[in-house]
Design a binder for this molecule. Structure first.
Ligand SMILES: Cc1cc2nc3c(=O)[nH]c(=O)nc-3n(C[C@H](O)[C@H](O)[C@H](O)COP(=O)(O)OP(=O)(O)OC[C@H]3O[C@@H](n4cnc5c(N)ncnc54)[C@H](O)[C@@H]3O)c2cc1C
Ligand code: FES
Length: 360
């Protein structure tokens, strides 16, 4: 005969009770109408029981929510002044000691069960929802596509080069973040560059379902990763995969404005088949003495006949960057690439405060 240990029995009972309570909360709890007050300036009522993030979204307040409310991005923070209940374990990994003290919470984890007073940065109140039409879809590599979204309502967008938008997967509450790859001067459109993530909800839609002429719903702009326009420092850009998107916006915006700042753009890829926008960056480098484009291939095929840099991109930084001038770093791409590159940039004397990145 097999006996279950008392601990397993207790865990089992707790799990069953948890499920029963969650179901009861979902089907029977009635929290009535709850008031949400924002910055002591704006208020509206929502039906209690939903998340704060959903209540804000219904009232066209768009907090960043790159994971679509799964408690994995940590972007949907706001300061809760009253209401909101206790901090949940799912929020803890994303909150610093100071944030826990000052009432910072993750809006996707808070269930609205009573009136709530919150505070959010004014810049987020200007984030808008846009209805757009897909004008073009272009294959850039075997797993990277570009989509050109022509804005219909509102017809123009204002953003800083480097910022991102959130794309809504139609008929779902799923949103994902995508950096804008077009220049701010092209304010009637938003171009995005996406890499297919196998079985990924949004990229499967963008790569296998979305067609030219389709409608797209996006919100934005978001993000603290953007070009510091009033600086004169030399610029180092480093990207991998679809991380090229915001760097393209930054670099082409700067040359449109006639920049005299020196810019070096390092792009890490596996083989020649993973390079894209190569001709455009090479042409820019031919036309401008102050721009250098350095693709580095970690695993070139023999048939690539590659004579450029090889190895991981962070390993070739030192060869091109001296320690004499003050520099700013803009990095975008996979976390491992960014972590390794940031270490090298620091060794080269670039200060922490001058290094900006978006990891994805
Ligand atoms: C600020 C910001 C800007 C971004 N900009 C871009 C951009 O310009 N282009 C772009 O392609 N993506 C960008 N991303 C990533 C993007 O938001 C999505 O996370 C990504 O497209 C996957 O979404 P999905 O719905 O297809 O996959 P999901 O359904 O969310 O994920 C499916 C599975 O894949 C894993 N996964 C999620 N993302 C990745 C990944 N990147 N690589 C490997 N595995 C992954 C998840 O852990 C999960 O297990 C950005 C993210 C952030 C935070
Ligand atoms: S943690 Fe991603 S939306 Fe809340």
């Amino acid at each position: 005969m097999i006996y279950a240990s008392p601990l397993i029995v207790l865990v089992g009972i707790a799990a069953v009770l948890g499920i029963i309570l969650a179901l009861a909360d979902h089907f029977f709890a009635n929290y009535g109408e709850c008031r949400i007050d924002i910055n002591d300036d704006k208020e509206f009522t929502v039906k209690g029981g939903n998340t704060l993030l959903a209540g804000l979204l219904d009232n066209k307040i768009f907090l960043p929510s790159a994971c679509g409310g799964k408690a994995t991005c940590g972007f949907c923070k706001c300061q809760v002044k009253s209401g909101g209940g206790a901090i949940l374990p799912t929020e803890l990994p994303f909150l610093s000691k100071l944030e826990k003290k000052d009432g910072t919470r993750m809006a996707c984890q808070i269930k609205v069960r009573s009136d709530i007073d919150i505070s959010i940065p004014e810049t987020l109140l200007s984030v808008k929802e846009f209805r757009a039409r897909v004008e073009e879809i272009n294959d850039l590599t075997h797993d990277i596509k570009e989509a050109v979204l022509k804005l219909e309502e509102p017809e123009t967008i204002s953003f800083k080069p480097g910022q991102y938008i959130q794309y809504q997967v139609p008929d779902t509450a799923e949103y994902r973040a995508y950096s804008v790859s077009s220049k701010p001067s092209q304010n009637d459109r938003v171009e995005i560059i996406t890499r297919l993530v196998p079985e990924g909800v949004c990229t499967t839609y963008l790569h296998n379902v979305l067609s030219e002429g389709d409608e797209a719903i996006i919100t934005g702009p978001y993000g603290e990763f953007y070009l510091q326009e009033d600086s004169e420092k030399e610029i180092v850009c480093i990207a991998g995969g679809s991380g090229l998107a915001p760097i393209k916006s930054i670099v082409f915006h700067m040359f449109e404005k006639g920049t005299s700042r020196k810019i070096t753009f390092f792009f890490g890829a596996r083989g020649v088949k993973d390079l894209y926008y190569r001709e455009e960056f090479e042409k820019l480098a031919e036309e401008h003495e102050n721009f250098n484009y350095v693709p580095a291939l970690s695993n070139p095929a023999q048939s690539d006949n590659w004579t450029g840099e090889t190895g991981f991109v962070h390993l070739c930084l030192e060869k091109y960057l001296d320690k004499t001038s003050e520099k700013e770093g803009y990095l975008c791409g996979p976390p491992v690439m960014i972590d390794a590159s940031v270490s090298v940039l620091k060794e080269l004397g670039i200060k922490d405060k001058d290094i900006y990145f978006d990891k994805f």
